[in-house]
Design a protein around this ligand. Structure first.
Ligand code: C5P
Length: 221
């Protein structure tokens, strides 16, 4: 059907989800936010009082979970066993713990399998950490989006209108810590695929980034 798959990876706060959503819209493709899946599991485990160290329990409970990503105009809604958790999964608590659950091999296997299923028919823009390396190594287009930690923290800071009492320094620290955990884990760490294009967005606007990716994709269609 002439459709391709597009993998967008990179560290926290590089603007992947905003950009991936806009690229999907421009191409009439489906946007899949894989971070939302790790976040949904994390939110559930916190609620159940299950710690990331309790690996067997995490895996047992994760089997009971039905995660749905439902596209909508402004992005996607996330449902967990029928409950809308779109906003809940963005909490500071989930931010702080998600990378610890995301290290669990069995959990990654489960979610990766679901993600591959979603991309079978192509026409998918998927963002995450391991899409180009592990989930969709055959993706026709792979982008690795980066920006300095300072810039990423600043973007997050501006995004958080109510700021929730958090300082820019705290955000910088949190982002750097999540990067460190994602880069240093054993199972599919955050890493640029050999055939991915690096896009440093520090000095680019969102529209500039989207334009570059869309024109690059058009060449590969
Ligand atoms: O993309 P987002 O920041 O929402 O992802 C939250 C966390 O989920 C990441 O920091 C990472 O620990 C985990 N994640 C992952 N693999 C992916 C997507 C997200 O390990 N493909």
């Amino acid at each position: 059907n002439g459709k391709i798959n597009i993998a967008i990876d990179g560290p926290a706060g590089a603007g992947k989800s905003t950009v991936a959503r806009m690229v999907a819209k421009a191409l009439s493709y489906v946007y899949v936010d894989t971070g939302a899946m790790y976040r949904a599991v994390t939110w559930y485990m916190i609620k159940q009082g299950i710690k990331p160290e309790q690996v067997d329990l995490v895996l047992e409970k994760a089997k009971e979970l039905n995660i749905e990503l439902v596209p909508e105009e402004t992005g996607q809604r996330v449902f967990l066993n029928g409950q809308d958790v779109t906003h809940e999964i963005r909490s500071i608590e989930v931010n702080g713990l998600v990378s610890r659950y995301a290290k669990i091999e069995g959990l990654r296997k489960m979610l990766v399998q679901m993600q591959r299923q979603m991309a079978l028919r192509k026409g998918v823009v998927m963002d995450g950490r391991d899409i180009g390396t592990t989930v969709l190594p055959q993706a026709e287009v792979k982008i690795f989006m980066t920006a300095t930690v300072k810039e990423r923290a600043l973007r997050r800071f501006k995004e958080m209108k109510d700021a929730e009492g958090i300082t820019l320094e705290q955000l910088e620290h949190d982002i750097a810590e999540r990067d460190r955990q994602d880069e240093q884990r054993e199972i599919s760490p955050l890493r640029r695929a050999d055939d991915a294009i690096v896009l440093d967005t520090t000095r680019l606007t969102i529209d500039e980034v989207v334009d570059r990716i869309v024109s690059y994709c058009t060449i590969h269609m």
